[in-house]
Design a protein around this ligand. Structure first.
Ligand code: MG
Length: 159
């Protein structure tokens, strides 16, 4: 079998009064992400992991934040667009593992909704999609509630 692995990382700053989208789900929160798109930092890291697996660059390169087309865009559309690239036609996603570092709100009640939503967009069963959340014990910019950090890893296999 021919396998490829990809890793993605993204950070967005938090500000009051903005919507918080994570893993394709809107999370009830007093703060949300400062972004050109909807700010779904989990999907952005996932897109970069997928692109990394096939050495296709990164989403900043594919969907530049200087392009008005991507202003306020639903990040699920970006994820679908990445997977629709012709380079992915001969590949299937084996599994995804995402770790979200956020101090507040607690994400545990929303994890399964994120997995289900990503499953729908990616066309793979939720059992292949892991979403984990952690705080940073109030340390660093995440711990101070200034932002959110996400790491994603994907494995893909040639069909
Ligand atoms: Mg981003």
């Amino acid at each position: 079998m021919d396998y490829r692995i990809g890793q993605g990382y993204d950070v967005h700053a938090l500000a009051e009064g903005l919507p918080m989208w994570l893993g394709g789900v809107q999370i009830p929160s007093k703060t949300g992400f400062v972004a050109h798109s909807d700010g779904d930092v989990a999907i952005h890291a996932l897109c970069d992991a997928l692109l990394g697996a096939l050495a296709l660059g990164d989403i900043g390169h594919l969907f530049p934040d200087t392009d008005e087309r991507w202003k306020g865009v639903d990040s699920k559309e970006l994820l679908a667009a990445v997977l629709a690239r012709p380079e992915f036609s001969g590949w299937e996603v084996v599994n995804v593992d995402i770790t979200i570092a956020l101090q507040a709100p607690r994400l545990a009640p929303h994890i399964d909704a994120m997995r289900a939503r990503l499953s729908g967009v990616m066309g793979i069963e939720a059992g292949r999609i892991s979403v984990k959340a952690t705080t940073t014990e109030r340390l660093g910019f995440v711990g101070r509630g200034e932002g959110c950090e996400v790491w994603a890893i994907v494995l893909i296999a040639r069909k």
